[in-house]
Design a protein around this ligand. Structure first.
Ligand SMILES: [Zn+2]
Length: 148
């Protein structure tokens, strides 16, 4: 069905919709709209990130995915969304040294070590010199994106 936001709120408040409501928002030309933007990855998003990178994807790192943090490739503080294509695992150390870019309006800088990016579907390090480098750990070749 189609209803306005006011109509659904009024019906929900009156109890007329029951306790099992599934609602979505669809833009006329862009399609489904993400209504569940969150700061932190959900359990399913964490599982997907771990399936993609079985170890931290930073070159020469071997920290297993289940000991990694979930990292926003485009930093959340800079507007990066919490969705699977913008998420990757990174160990705590490499999540800390990853260059998230400058925060507009703040003068925070840290040594440039490069940043993780998604290139042709895979997560790689973009070095300060502009090279894309993959982790060559044996388990890196067994992640979901390497199997398809
Ligand atoms: Zn690492």
């Amino acid at each position: 069905t189609t209803m306005t936001g006011a109509e659904i709120v009024n019906l929900a408040m009156s109890g007329a919709l029951g306790d099992k409501i599934y609602a979505g928002l669809f833009h006329p030309t862009a399609g489904p709209v993400n209504l569940y933007e969150a700061r932190f990855a959900s359990f399913k998003q964490r599982i997907l990130a771990m399936a993609e990178n079985l170890v931290c994807p930073w070159p020469d790192c071997g920290v297993p995915a289940d000991r990694c943090q979930v990292h926003h490739l485009d930093a959340h503080k800079n507007g990066g969304q919490t969705n699977p294509s913008n998420l990757s695992t990174l160990c705590a150390y490499h999540n800390g040294v990853n260059d998230d870019g400058e925060v507009p309006g703040k003068n925070f800088t840290k040594p440039k070590r490069g940043r993780m990016v998604r290139h042709r579907g895979k997560v790689k390090l973009l070095t300060p010199g502009g090279r894309l480098v993959s982790n060559t750990h044996d388990l890196s070749a067994m992640g979901a994106m390497d199997l398809i």
